[in-house]
Design a protein. Structure first.
Length: 444
């Protein structure tokens, strides 16, 4: 495992100090180093684990280090993160291995002067029975920040929006790996047949009560190597995104526009719901993402998706549509369990982001016919990007009205909000954090 620790170090350095995305950096490392099986699992556990717990690890390291965190050389600090994470959170790694391999890693990385420093901190931590102090719960913001490894500014904003109890549920829900949720491609198979096929491959398969043709998978290995995947019998999409596409409510023979479509899951869901009859215009600004959507549509046997490059905030005219989906770029606070590095991005540029979101929403409805539907969605938990955007839009567009969302059994509003809005929090329904608003242009 020593080599995997070195690879993890390299990936973490790229994510923390070179703005790489964790999932992409891990995937690139796996292919470059030709890793498989247990090595891939260990690499992912180390990288995602450290990123999820970085602020907690900082707080603990401070209690054992005479050198301030900001003064510790970056490479050395990552070695400490890896060592501490293994000692605290990985029961299957012996303490001696966590310490010794961390010291070896320093030497492999030519951090020779740091090896004694790392050795002393980790050994002292073990000798102290891994004891550490947490902040006093009287300061709940500081306490949540350390326990759930989120910046205090984020915790403060979440508590102001959702209150202390729901905030803690959400913060708890963004720790750990998310479930692998898939949508059955009913153009080719049915849920019962897919369950049998996946279980035959050794996967554990569970129903999702509020989504008729969706499943949660575990003990599944590499998804893209499964025969049912290669045969186009399912695609991967979080339950919140699937629910968003369900609320959009596409019907056979309709015309749909998905103006920020990549990676394409909601377009695929809609196409299956439409029985591959009608037209779905799936737009994005990145050419490589367009190709990815086309590849997935081909694998699933979907022919009604028409992909094209388009900037959703531009004045370029849209075709007349029955329904439009605006799943806009956002701060991503709802998907921290998938992209844990987001919590450490200090430059959120929220004002420009909300301007972009509002611009996309306004541009998307310019050519929407009367009595047609628009769904606005984000994968963030910030009120400024969600309810505030919709409130402003309805105030400035009197020809639109909120359309009450028909909630499936098992899903309910968890906060006080308009019936045409739905907020999903991780830790409540085991979905990504998500916001959905359904609007309709008034009939003329």
């Amino acid at each position: 495992m020593a080599n995997v620790r070195s690879i993890a170090h390299n990936v973490l350095y790229r994510v923390l100090y070179e703005d790489a995305y964790s999932a992409i950096a891990i995937n690139n490392a796996v292919h470059k180093e030709n890793l498989s099986g247990i090595d891939v699992s260990f690499l992912s556990a180390l990288v995602y684990g450290v990123l999820e717990r970085k602020l907690t690890l900082d707080y603990i390291i401070r209690q054992y280090s005479s050198i301030r965190i900001k003064k510790i050389e970056k490479g050395t600090l990552i070695v400490l993160y890896l060592g501490m994470y293994q000692l605290i959170y990985m029961d299957k790694v012996p303490d001696s291995a966590a310490v010794n391999e961390s010291v070896k890693l320093c030497k492999q990385l030519r951090l020779y002067k740091s090896s004694g420093f790392v050795n002393a901190i980790l050994r002292n931590f073990v000798r102290a029975d891994k004891a550490y102090r947490l902040p006093d719960q009287q300061n709940i913001v500081k306490y949540f920040s350390v326990v759930y490894s989120c910046p205090e500014s984020m915790v403060t904003e979440l508590i102001a929006t959702y209150g202390q109890d729901l905030t803690e549920k959400a913060l708890r829900g963004i720790l750990g790996r998310p479930p692998i949720t898939v949508r059955v491609n009913t153009l080719k198979t049915d849920k019962a047949a897919l369950k049998r096929a996946l279980e035959k491959q050794g996967a554990t398969v569970d129903d999702i009560s509020y989504l008729e043709n969706s499943l949660n998978l575990s003990a599944v290995g590499s998804i893209d190597q499964l025969p049912p995947y290669r045969e186009g019998h399912f695609f991967v999409e979080d339950a919140a995104s699937q629910l968003c596409a369900e609320i959009l409510g596409s019907q056979p023979d309709e015309t749909i526009a998905d103006v920020c479509a990549a990676p394409g899951g909601k377009s695929l869901y809609s196409a299956i719901r439409m029985e591959n009859r009608g037209v779905i215009y799936s737009y994005d600004i990145h050419e490589h993402k367009i190709k990815m959507m086309e590849d997935n549509a081909r694998r699933l046997g979907i022919s009604i998706m028409k992909t094209a490059l388009r900037d959703a905030s531009s004045v370029r005219e849209l075709p007349a549509c029955d329904r439009i989906l605006c799943d806009v770029p956002c701060s991503g606070w709802g998907i921290l369990r998938r992209k844990p590095e987001i919590r450490y991005k200090t430059d959120t540029n929220i004002d420009n982001l909300t301007k972009l979101q509002y611009s996309i929403l306004c541009m998307s409805v310019k050519d929407l016919p009367s009595d047609s539907v628009l769904v606005y969605s984000t994968c963030t938990l910030r009120k400024k990007e969600n309810h505030d955007i919709i409130r402003r839009f309805l105030e400035e567009h009197p020809d639109f009205v909120g359309e009450p969302i028909k909630l499936p059994d098992g899903i309910d509003h968890i906060i006080e909000e308009e019936p045409y809005c739905l907020t999903l929090l991780p830790g409540v329904y085991d979905t990504d954090g998500f916001f959905i608003a359904k609007l309709r242009r008034r009939p003329t």
